[in-house]
Design a protein around this ligand. Sequence first.
Ligand code: OGA
Ligand code: MN
Length: 218
Amino acid sequence: MHTALIAAPSYDPIFNKIIDDLVKQEWSIVPRFFPSALVTALHNELLDHAEHDGLNAAHIGKGEQRTLRSDIRGDETRWLNGESQPQRDYLDLMETLRQRINGELFLGLNELEAHFALYAPGTGYNKHFDSFQNNNLRRITVVSYLNEDWQNEDGGELLLFNSEDEVFERVLPKAGTLVCFVSEAIPHEVAITQRQRASIAGWFRVRDTSDTPPLIIP
Ligand code: OGA
Ligand code: MN
């Protein structure tokens, strides 16, 4: 996979649609966002890590609250760090999206943190928010799916909830689909999957300035 492909101007209308959707409804779903060769390479890399003990059971909560609860959240994860070409291609494309969102929406997004996630059959992730006001630096969630030939009966849908607690969107985790939403606005859930389910969950964050010393004006 060559990065020139993903910086192509053909992405412009897609970025525009994502930004429009985020402004109008706080979420966006783009089927076939990623080239299929890139999806396959990322999927193979994830399966290779799974086979060689390269994944970690996912935790919930932060700090002292951090615990392992596979009944609530059943994925195994690995942070992306740009160690492979497929990861760098993914990160480059997300970087372009980050810059476009900042340029249009002035969200001041500083960086992306992203991990591979693999859900075994019979697992999911109970309804949650990715961010709470004043408690998290995650602003925009981006989830990318890596599963070829996903069928309705395979389950594992991403469910998006409205403020009345009703599901308004069910997204099958099909290869190449990108879902974006405002992290503190959209409660969501991963329905129990019947098949091994592969994805990359990412968050555009603002930088933590809590240890920055206060500006002292004499
Ligand atoms: C998450 C999450 C959704 C998905 O990792 O926080 O909500 O569809 N993932 O994998
Ligand atoms: Mn989430």
